[in-house]
Write a protein that binds this ligand. Structure first.
Ligand code: AFP
Length: 346
């Protein structure tokens, strides 16, 4: 029988293992709630909005509460920050002794719940820089490269926990029959090459030029500059997209766009981009804004947004080159003459 998560965590420092185990238990209970769908009376929206003004799903609130309870139960966690809460939370019992901070998106992709599409929980573990004092927002604002661990649980046909403590990426599948996470991939790697990309094409008119060029070249297929046909996906659930990339490669893009020039992207750096970038880099992939490694960004605020381009290294590096190209797009006609989706004249 493959090792359990508990056995795998035996190789990690005990305090960190305790935090991961608490998160895994919360994810197991969230998986049960998600799998029951409307039967758990957890479908539909709360009659309130979260800190970003977004409608909150009942499952968002359930997941947020369950993870907060799990973290409060670990004496190693001084505090946490959630997508669903404007400010960080100090642990009642451990704020002045816990050595870790945890940042999480309790239920990413939750607008897909009624459609029964895979959703997930994303988490990031940081060292509390001022251990011995109750954590404030400043202690959380660390670059992703300082993460001690990061992971996600994807609630899909199977519930899978993908985790890194800084020495590669492992995947554990939940066996609900025995209520145990079993190691099912000991070393997850992102294939360096791919012919698949994921982007919300409805935003095409707003994208920055290097992304316009990259996608146009992919869509041009064998007749175009890439001399290869590409496939496209968009699930609108980042956890599901990243999990697909870990299973067969690909590039996920939520780029800077000028739909809302003040917002550099849709995804938040602390609990979406940075933990996913940590996992992707640990698995041999790349994760950038287009001009900078995501793990090098020092957040100014807890809910800061950032452009995200991540996945198979060779494709991400190509997109970075396009961002660095001072003549971007001036030398390739498709971008200049017609929209991506209008067939060539004649
Ligand atoms: P929700 O959690 O509100 O469903 O948003 C999911 C998400 O943050 C990320 O998981 C998706 O990749 C992205 O938003 C989808 O954004 P669009 O709805 O603009 O495609």
């Amino acid at each position: 029988m493959s090792p359990s998560l508990a056995e795998w965590l035996d190789d990690q420092p005990a305090p960190l293992a305790d935090v991961i185990a608490a998160l895994a238990l919360a994810c197991e209970e969230i998986a049960t709630a998600v799998s029951l769908g409307p039967l758990a009376d957890l479908h539909g929206k709360e009659d309130r909005r979260n800190t970003h003004g977004e409608a909150q799903q009942k499952l968002d609130v359930f997941a947020d509460r369950r993870i907060a309870e799990a973290l409060a139960s670990s004496r190693h966690v001084a505090g946490w920050a959630s997508e669903e809460q404007e400010l960080p939370t100090q642990s009642g019992a451990n704020a002045d002794r816990g050595e870790y901070l945890v940042v999480f998106d309790p239920l990413d992709g939750s607008s897909n719940i009624e459609a029964n599409i895979s959703v997930g929980t994303i988490f990031s573990v940081l060292k509390h820089p001022f251990r011995g004092t109750p954590p404030g927002e400043a202690g959380f604002l660390q670059p992703g490269r300082r993460q001690i661990a990061a992971g996600y649980a994807v609630y899909g046909p199977a519930t899978v926990l993908v985790l890194s403590c800084g020495a590669g990426v492992a995947a554990f599948t939940l066996d609900p029959r025995e209520r145990a996470w079993r190691l099912t991939r000991a070393s997850v790697r992102v294939p360096e090459q791919t012919r698949e990309f994921a982007i919300n094409a409805s935003n095409q008119r707003f994208w920055e030029k290097p992304v316009q060029r990259y996608v146009a070249e992919c869509l041009a297929g064998e007749e175009g500059p890439r001399a290869a046909d590409f496939n496209m996906r968009w699930v609108a659930s980042m956890v599901a997209e990243v999990h697909r990339i870990f299973s067969r490669g690909g590039v996920f893009m939520y780029p800077r766009d000028n739909k809302e020039p003040r917002k550099p992207g849709r995804l938040r750096v602390m609990y979406e981009a940075a933990p996913m970038a940590f996992l992707v880099e640990q698995a041999g992939g790349a994760a950038v804004t287009g001009t900078q490694a995501l793990l090098d960004i020092v957040p100014d605020t807890l809910h800061q947004k950032v452009p995200v381009i991540l996945g198979s290294k060779s494709e991400v590096e190509r997109i970075v080159r396009y961002h660095a190209d001072p003549h971007e797009n001036t030398h390739w006609p498709l971008f200049k003459e017609r929209s991506l989706f209008v067939p060539p004249a004649g």
